[in-house]
Design a protein around this ligand. Structure first.
Ligand code: PEP
Ligand code: MG
Length: 758
């Protein structure tokens, strides 16, 4: 059974389009179960009906035409109950709805299972049989399993809007894809897919711009792969037997001009670029081999795949060199890492869309720092199909639109212009204090890491740096920067902001921040070797970094050092001891620098209850709400699947924050927030009411937060805080804050209007 399942799933996944995938599903399931009918009904959300989309056994003409209301018939029942219905005689069931057009008269036995994806019913898979009999448990289990496995294919097509668009009953519409807001703002541009190297399945369809050039590229790549294989064969001579060596000849024969390459050339002549043509040909061969019953021949699929990968790697080494980014491009990718983003031409990037990740991943944080509208976690985006197409990125609501109607595009153009004028309007606040109407002020600082952050921050009147993410410059190199290289970098930051304080966090790698030259392989990296845990194990790295910071601060004395991922007082003490040692060393080298204030980040839940003990030992505390929320709620900050649970307004997070402020102040120590919460006007106001001394955020949000602070008074904020602290539900708190702040005229600052779905 397992083998049959695997085979069906593989075949369906390899189908060229969704309609053939559905037809295949129906055929294969019917054959595997030996039933007379297998049909697939899919839910058309716009029409609120289940449409018969494929059937083996019912009348062909009915496909695409027949549909049932959401609570109509047995199909509607399966959908409503979200569980299988197994009937010996469907006709006898009160919910049975006879569909004359399908010709289902003779079929009595009925088994329907829902097609579920992420808790949503996408459709119903039905098998029927003439004889009145109950399907047995193993048949039911088989249908449930296959439905679960195939649901992703259906979800994908569903989301892309292509499922129903060819039906006569539907008019063509814009395709909307839902994700999460990663960085607010809207953008319109041409999609550019960033796909992982040497992965055939990731290669998008693109048209060949110059057919002979593509053929020449292929020829060139083939020459190199043939040489690679001959070299391999030569090296393997001594260690392999005659039989294994013969394999290399097979490889070379496959690469003969008249074999695989001839098919690829034919595809290029049809208009595909070389990489796409290669993918199509290799996929077809792999598919044919995989379908063979002979296990030896089945294994050959792996050989073809391997050859395909080798040729692709050579083709890509050529294309990488000439990779171009058009103006106003929208980057698309499964996962775009923060360092990858930093290497690209920033001025050309209008928007970013990824299928993985969530709004708290570091890429999204960097995108916000760069003010690039971003949508993350758009699970069902057909990446390859959208490459080169015009897209609208709606970073306010977390949506992506393709094939936008002219009216919708116009609405977005207006929105972009409005947003621009709102930001321009905020610029006049640059030199005004962040002070409530009744004169209470809070320090608004910035989070930095990129070189471009400096100007952006100064332009917006930041009162210093509350978090300099020192790992960012480490991430874009291919080795650890030397002490002198670090000193130069840090000096630039310190000098730009002097005499305002600059809080430099020591290297915070691990989790989702990796250095290519210092790989950390762990099953559970967010609970593993991260931040201070790494640097205390590597004092040679820590001391060099601290020495560079101290030297950079010579004569300026505006440095503060902050320690990430502290779990206990011992780590803080040990780090303080190392910092002191580094300070004595540089003083001995005649560097004129004062011992800087040292603080710790509160981001591990254990430190909430040790805030006072820590405050006794260090000079300041700063709460990293991004990690604190993730650890307190046990919700991976990068996991789209659980992103709805990631809510910094969860009462536990709010009470923890209040406790930390009280403990720090009881010791007379300042406390700030440097997580993303600080940059959101609604939460920033609550943090201010709690008594946080400083809020550190992306420069892009600073003026928005300042505008909000200047439009309220402390009486109102304290009342609001007391009200939400008495609530026990994060969602309710979010909605309540929204309502209250809108009432006092902050709607524009806290919420972003965007055109409703077309
Ligand atoms: C945090 O965790 O809130 C924080 C500021 O650090 P980072 O986002 O870099 O982990
Ligand atoms: Mg953190």
């Amino acid at each position: 059974m397992l083998d049959t399942l695997r085979r069906i799933v593989q075949e369906v996944n390899n189908a060229p389009d969704i309609r053939s995938a559905l037809d295949l599903m129906a055929q294969r399931v019917r054959d595997a179960m030996g039933t007379e009918v297998c049909s697939i009904y899919l839910r058309d959300n716009d029409r609120e009906r289940y449409v018969l989309m494929a059937s083996e056994g019912l009348k062909r003409e009915a496909v695409g035409r027949v549909s049932l209301g959401l609570s109509e018939g047995l199909v509607g029942q399966v959908g409503q109950r979200e569980e299988p219905i197994n009937l010996e005689d469907a006709f006898a069931h009160p919910k049975f709805h006879y569909l004359a057009e399908t010709g289902e008269d003779p079929f009595h036995a009925f088994l329907g299972v829902p097609v579920m994806h992420h808790g949503e019913v996408l459709g119903v898979l039905v098998v029927q049989q003439r004889d009145a009999r109950r399907f047995d448990q193993s048949e039911e289990a088989f249908l449930v399993t296959i439905s679960a496995q195939l649901s992703a294919v259906i979800a994908h097509a569903h989301a892309s809007g292509i499922l129903f668009e060819q039906l006569e009953t539907r008019k063509r519409q814009a395709s909307m894809y839902d994700g999460q807001p990663g960085s607010s703002g809207a953008a319109i541009g041409i999609a550019k897919l960033l796909f992982p190297a040497a992965d055939l399945s990731a290669v998008p369809d693109r048209e060949a711009e110059d057919i002979s050039a593509e053929i020449a590229r292929l020829d060139d790549a083939l020459v190199r792969v043939r040489k690679e294989i001959r070299d391999l064969a030569e090296r393997a001579k001594a260690s392999l037997g005659v039989e294994e060596q013969a394999l290399f000849d097979v490889y070379l024969r496959m690469l003969d001009r008249h074999a695989l390459p001839a098919e690829v050339v034919a595809k290029i002549r049809e208009g595909h670029w070389a990489q796409g043509a290669l993918r199509i040909v290799v996929d077809a061969h792999v598919h044919n081999f995989e379908m063979m019953d002979d296990p030896y021949l089945r294994e050959r699929a792996a050989d073809v795949r391997d050859l395909g990968r080798r040729v692709l790697a050579q083709l890509q080494s050529y294309n990488r060199r000439e990779q171009e980014f058009p103006d106003h491009c929208i980057l698309l990718g499964e996962d775009i890492s923060a360092p990858m983003l930093m290497e690209l031409p920033q001025e050309r990037i209008a928007g970013i869309v990824t299928t993985r990740g969530s709004r708290n991943s570091h890429m999204a944080i960097v995108a916000r720092a760069m003010s690039i509208p971003t949508v993350v976690g758009v699970a069902n985006l057909p990446l390859k199909k959208l490459d080169g197409k015009e897209l609208i990125v709606d970073g306010f609501r977390g949506r992506v639109v393709a094939n936008a109607t002219p009216e919708l595009k116009h609405q977005f153009e207006e929105l972009i212009a409005e947003e621009q004028s709102l930001l321009e309007g905020l610029e006049k606040l640059r030199d005004l204090p962040a002070e409530t109407e009744d004169g209470v002020s809070v320090q608004l600082q910035v989070n930095t890491g990129l070189m471009t952050d400096i100007n952006r921050s100064l332009e917006r009147g930041a009162q210093g740096v509350g978090l300099y993410r020192s790992e960012i410059p480490f991430m874009i190199r291919d080795r650890f920067p030397s002490e002198e290289e670090q000193r130069v970098l840090y000096r630039e930051q310190l000098q730009a902001f002097a005499p305002l304080p600059v809080t430099m966090r020591t290297l915070d790698v691990g989790g989702d921040k990796s250095l290519s030259y210092f790989p950390i392989e762990e099953d559970n990296p967010f609970l593993g070797w991260r931040g201070i845990r790494v640097t205390l194990d590597h004092p040679e790295i820590f001391i060099v970094q601290v020495r560079a910071m101290l030297k950079a601060a010579a004569g300026l004395n505006n440095l503060r050092i902050m320690l990430p991922m502290i779990t206990n007082v011992f780590e803080a003490e040990e780090a303080q001891h190392l910092i002191h040692r580094a300070w004595l060393e540089v003083r001995e080298e005649n560097v004129d620098v004062e011992m800087p204030p040292v603080g710790v980040m509160i981001e591990v839940p254990a430190t909430i209850y040790q805030a006072r003990a820590l405050a006794q030992r260090v000079d300041f505390l700063s709460v990293g709400t991004n990690d604190l929320t993730q650890y307190l709620l046990a919700v991976d900050r990068n996991n789209r699947q659980v992103s709805d649970l990631y809510n910094s307004f969860h009462p536990s997070v709010l009470h923890a924050l209040l406790h930390v402020v009280e403990q720090a102040h009881a010791e007379g120590k300042p406390v700030s927030v440097c997580g993303e919460m600080a940059g959101d006007p609604a939460s920033a106001l609550l943090l201010m009411a709690m008594g946080f001394d400083a809020l550190s955020m992306n420069a892009s949000n600073l003026l928005r937060v300042k505008a909000a602070v200047r439009q309220v008074n402390m009486g109102f904020l304290r009342r609001l805080l007391n009200e939400v602290l008495a609530m026990d539900n994060g969602e309710v708190i979010t909605a309540y804050m929204d309502l209250q702040l809108t009432k006092v005229g902050l709607g524009d600052l806290i919420r972003h209007r965007a055109p409703a779905a077309a």
